[in-house]
Design a protein around this ligand. Structure first.
Ligand SMILES: NC(=O)c1ccc[n+]([C@@H]2O[C@H](COP(=O)([O-])OP(=O)(O)OC[C@H]3O[C@@H](n4cnc5c(N)ncnc54)[C@H](O)[C@@H]3O)[C@@H](O)[C@H]2O)c1
Length: 336
């Protein structure tokens, strides 16, 4: 085991560590949640109660959480019983939500298996499910006591899902870790081969950045919002294309638009913006999308409602410096 750090937020303590595959499952786990693609990644002892979900965002609804809770009750789990999730962000979000509800909060350890879940979803305390088409509208803040990571799991992830996670890694590098951008430039081949050592370096750096933002702002009232770089544009593109653009691809497109906006209003230098966009293109991200401008603006207004009328954008300024800005609709249109 190699502990990255123990983070303290909102009265909770969360230890994040790398584990060898064979030791990753806690010996005292009582209920294990995975999906059909991730259940076989760990050797599950017979005496553990396990729930295996159908993979995918469509499952991230109340019935799946209900099935976890009912099984926990049926099997007589107590408040100090340990629930463990092995999977991508869908499994970790749902299990964490179930754990936050069971007996008003039982023990929880998350074992993320997708890159996105390793660098983002499993860490930071946000749990939740979708309500019909509305993403993450029901949930709670309930950080896991531990997040256990094994970069070796990334080997079986599809290219599309791997790239999804890399978008979040790039995002973190732009927000707060310029050296990581250089690492991504220098070690592209090893990264695309999913070399476990280089992936461990990237994951560690991402978690340290996210951890420092979450420690000062668990409930996203301030600086935690910086982690939403590329997301206002990205969410709109996902919605307009009926989720044909995956989350990571849409966020990468959104980061390209945020860079364009920064240059346009004189916040960032165009040479620096181009350097980052070239890196994104090099990794295979598409920075152009042929979509209806009106539809994108309309989709953004959904986000605007959530923010009580103010659509805020995170704009990159210079290496490791991003700012929150409100943009006029005309300017947004000119970027699309
Ligand atoms: N709680 C948070 O702070 C937070 C942050 C970001 C995203 N999220 C949530 O995370 C979810 C997305 O997570 P995701 O991208 O991991 O999607 P996912 O959980 O749907 O996983 C993607 C696919 O990869 C498969 N998979 C996962 N690990 C694998 C492995 N090692 N080998 C083979 N297949 C594997 C899964 O079965 C699934 O089919 C969304 O619901 C999003 O809302 C939450």
């Amino acid at each position: 085991m190699d502990i990255i750090r123990t983070f303290e937020f909102g009265g909770f303590s969360c230890t994040v560590a790398f584990y060898p595959r064979e030791e990753i499952l806690p010996l005292d786990a009582e209920l294990l949640v995975a999906d059909l693609n991730t259940a076989s990644l760990v050797l599950v002892p017979e005496d553990i109660i396990s729930v295996t979900l159908t993979p995918g965002e469509k499952e991230k609804q109340w019935p799946a959480v209900d099935s976890i809770l009912k099984l926990a009750m049926e099997k007589g789990l107590a408040r100090d019983s340990l629930m463990v999730a092995v999977g991508g962000g869908v499994v970790t979000d749902m299990t964490a939500f179930a754990a936050s509800l069971y007996m008003r909060g039982c023990r929880l350890i998350l074992i993320p298996t997708s890159l996105l879940a390793m660098v983002d979803a499993s860490f930071g305390g946000k749990t939740g499910i979708d309500a019909g088409p509305y993403k993450n509208t029901i949930g709670s803040f309930y950080p896991a006591a531990e997040v256990r990571i094994c970069p070796e799991f990334l080997k079986t992830l599809s290219d599309r899902e791997f790239l999804n996670g890399l978008a979040e890694v790039l995002k973190t590098a732009i927000i707060a870790d310029p050296d990581m951008l250089e690492l991504m430039r220098d070690k592209k081949e090893d990264i695309l081969k999913r070399d476990s050592d280089i992936m461990a370096q990237l994951i560690r750096r991402c978690l340290l950045v996210k951890g420092s933002l979450v420690e000062e702002d668990l409930r996203e009232k301030g600086r935690r919002a910086l982690l939403n770089l590329g997301h206002t544009f990205g969410h709109a593109l996902e919605a307009v294309t009926d989720f044909e653009w995956s989350h990571g691809a849409a966020v990468a497109w959104g980061m390209g638009k945020a860079l364009d906006a920064s240059v346009k209003i004189g916040l960032a230098e165009s040479a620096w913006s181009k350097k980052i966009k070239d890196l994104m293109i090099d990794y295979g991200f598409q920075l152009e999308a042929f979509v209806d401008k009106d539809e994108i603006i309309k989709a953004m207004s959904m986000d605007k409602k959530k923010m009580r009328g103010k659509l805020r954008f995170i704009l990159p300024v210079s290496p490791g410096d991003v700012r929150i800005k409100i943009l006029e609709e005309d300017l947004i249109r000119s970027l699309l």
